[in-house]
Design a binder for this molecule. Structure first.
Ligand code: SAH
Ligand code: SF4
Ligand code: F3S
Length: 440
């Protein structure tokens, strides 16, 4: 089919971007496009981009440079997401073969924008950052038939000193609890058993209809018939209230996992980061989580080398890791970002020192995880089956605590299918995964 419209989409960045891409794919398919698996096969090449750190931002410009010569074959190129919103029309100057630049709050305009692009014009959709709209679409093309994302809030009003998100995603706005629950019910009816509620700060959720608080919404989603697991990410410590833990205790489908980014263990650094809580405030929230009736796994995000971070302050972060006992951490070297308050502070920690602190922190955390993971050996834990590792002859499962638990099935027993739930006896534990045998 010579005139068939095809597109290739590559996604960078966080779960919000992954889920936005599912909505974009659905929108393009509804416009008569077919998704293909390589740049070479595509008429339209799209990158859904991330600008959280400089390295992430550079990736898209490298991709665009790699494929520039393909423009001669008549391919069109488009940049979506956070770099699109941040750089706007400057992208055309850096990569003249790009004809579409669209930020996340303008995706509802994609159909018209695509018509312009196909007609050989350039099209930009840059958001008015004051928008109160959310991207509601019936066309979401979810990539997994068993577990899926549901956006509950978009944007961020927190303005942490280092972070670009409030400038790339606009102000914080929430969907109505009715719309969220309708989507959850629809997903359950379509066979989904796990949903993950998404937002830059899910727990600052404010129902525009004032029907539900965040924890009430969580509990209601958890009670949707057919759903077996409900996750939510990301929680901001300042909005993390005790009733969230109460909801987890009360509703068995709410998963035993909280991702609570701390960023630093030093109250002085937290203040400079404009995080609005101290180490002690944070530890109070951890104490609530640890007091739950169920054991809840805790993970976090950390930035090392924020402007002015002293060695002693860095060590406070190490001691916080010991004190909390995280089941997992995502740690990053501070990267100065455009428009942010921290950009005006001297980026005072040299690159090599940031790299050293990151390596020390990651090694420290690995020791902690090796030690903590051992508690699972001998336990029998339910997993959702995600797939199979053929090379190792193991099935891949995930626990409610969000840990990979790989397992074998005793000879003669049927292999469980992806999406099913089985119980696994844990025989060995590693810092980032568990190993076991299926028991039923
Ligand atoms: N909304 C979430 C996370 C957003 S970004 C929250 O507030 O926790 C994910 C993580 O990237 C952040 O938690 C932070 O650890 C990291 N990050 C954000 N900006 C960064 C920067 N300029 N340099 C390095 N890491 C950064
Ligand atoms: Fe960025 Fe802070 Fe908002 Fe998280 S809460 S997205 S770190 S500004
Ligand atoms: Fe990146 Fe934008 Fe997400 S900057 S982390 S893709 S909100």
């Amino acid at each position: 089919m010579a005139n068939e419209k095809t597109f290739y989409l590559e996604t960078f960045g966080c779960q919000m971007n992954v889920h936005d891409s599912e909505k974009v794919v659905g929108t393009l398919i509804s416009q008569g496009y077919r998704q293909v698996e390589s740049v070479e096969e595509a008429g339209l090449v799209l990158y859904n981009t991330c600008s959280i750190r400089d390295k992430a931002e550079q990736k898209v410009f490298h991709r665009l440079a790699d494929f520039r010569k393909l423009e001669r074959q008549g391919k069109k190129f488009g940049v979506l997401g956070c770099v699109a919103q941040q750089e706007g029309e400057r992208i055309f100057a850096r990569a003249p073969h790009v004809s579409l630049v669209c930020g996340s709050a303008s995706y509802r305009n994609l159909p018209q924008m695509l018509v312009e692009v196909e007609a050989g014009k350039r099209s930009t959709g840059l958001d008015d950052r004051q928008t109160t709209e959310t991207f509601e679409t019936e066309f979401t093309a979810r990539s997994n038939p068993h577990r899926g994302y549901i956006t509950i809030t978009e944007g961020c009003d927190k303005f942490c000193a280092y972070c670009v998100v409030p400038y790339t995603r606009g102000r914080e706005r929430s969907r109505t609890s009715d719309a969220i629950l309708a989507e959850a019910r629809h997903m359950a009816d379509s066979g989904y058993t796990e949903v993950q509620l998404l937002g830059q700060n899910v727990n600052s959720y404010r129902d525009p209809l004032r029907k539900k608080t965040f924890s009430e919404l969580l509990a209601s989603v958890g009670q949707v018939p057919g759903l077996k697991r409900v996750r939510f990410t990301t929680s901001h410590p300042i909005d993390f209230t005790r009733d969230i833990v109460d909801a987890i205790d009360a509703v068995p489908t709410l998963c035993d996992h909280v991702h609570l980014p701390v960023q630093s263990g030093s109250s002085r650094v937290l203040e400079a980061m404009q995080r609005e809580y101290t180490r002690e405030d944070y530890l109070e929230r951890i104490a609530w989580i640890k007091a739950a009736r169920r054991e809840i796994s805790i993970t976090t995000d950390i930035i090392v080398g924020f402007p002015g971070e002293t060695e002693a302050e860095f060590e406070e972060t190490l001691s916080l890791l010991d004190e909390v006992g995280y089941d997992g951490t995502f740690s990053f070297k501070y990267s100065p970002r455009p428009n942010t308050p921290a950009q005006t502070m001297a980026d005072s920690i040299p690159e090599e020192e940031k790299a050293r602190r990151l390596a020390v922190l990651q090694e420290h955390q690995k020791q902690i995880q090796t030690r903590l993971s051992k508690r699972h050996t001998g336990q029998t834990i339910e997993v959702m089956v995600e797939g199979k590792n053929r090379a190792r002859e193991q099935l891949i499962g995930r626990t409610s605590q969000n840990k990979p638990l790989n397992f074998t099935v005793t000879a003669g027993n049927p292999e469980p299918l992806p999406g099913s739930y089985v119980r696994v006896h844990v025989s060995a534990s590693f810092p980032n995964s568990l190993l076991g045998e299926m028991v039923g």
